[in-house]
Design a protein around this ligand. Structure first.
Ligand code: 5GP
Length: 185
């Protein structure tokens, strides 16, 4: 692939604020292309198919894997999540900054297939604060929160495998920092 644009991967544990950071970047730079992922998890209240995610059945997701339609995918707390390949390649070829907001295994896959991608790992100030944030969102059951926290501990052990590590302490500072990384890159 001749790469004209820029692929930026924002990763880190669930609840760390990736979504908020990405939304803020999009608001400031409407030209950035935010990839819409496919998932087998059920929509949360207010989530819209085709906007927040493409909500698929397991069979539909499996078909996307079989037909090589995903740039990367991973199983995360018993659901599948993946990045549709075609829109990402199309936007990069147009010269756009393309942002993926994905979990750690997928981020590693992307770096392998696109070594020029910039990978940014967002860390919480502490695991306790992450737990507070996950509970504060009020979107997940206790069982799901525990699974996400367990997963977060595994994810936080491999932060050094990414190009940049950013602690999300104050949101504004984090956004400024991520923005400056994208500009430098
Ligand atoms: P949530 O269920 O909270 O929306 O997402 C759970 C986790 O899956 C988050 O860490 C989120 O960043 C990640 N995720 C969302 N989309 C994708 C994707 O396309 N690929 C991968 N590997 N992870 C994703």
């Amino acid at each position: 692939m001749t790469q004209k644009g820029k692929l930026v991967v924002i990763t880190g544990p669930s609840g760390v604020g990736k979504g908020t950071i990405v939304k803020a970047l999009r608001a400031k730079y409407p030209d950035f292309f935010l990839s819409i992922s496919a998932t087998t998890r059920y929509p949360r209240q207010g989530e819209v198919d085709g906007k927040d995610y493409y909500f698929l059945s397991r069979v539909q997701f499996q078909e996307m894997i079989t037909n090589d339609k995903l740039l990367e995918w991973a199983e995360y707390t018993e659901n599948y999540y993946g990045t549709p390949r075609q829109p990402v390649l199309k936007e990069i070829n147009k010269g756009k900054v393309v942002i993926l907001e994905i979990e750690v295994l997928g981020a590693k896959q992307v770096k392998k297939s696109f070594p020029s991608a910039t990978t940014i790992f967002i860390l919480p100030p502490s695991i306790e604060i992450l737990e507070q944030r996950l509970r504060g969102r009020g979107t997940d059951s206790e069982e799901v929160i525990i699974k996400r926290l367990t997963k977060a501990k595994e994810e936080l052990a491999v932060t050094d495998q990414f190009d940049y590590q950013v602690i999300n302490d104050t949101l504004e500072t984090t956004i400024d920092y991520v923005e400056s990384i994208i500009k430098v890159e």
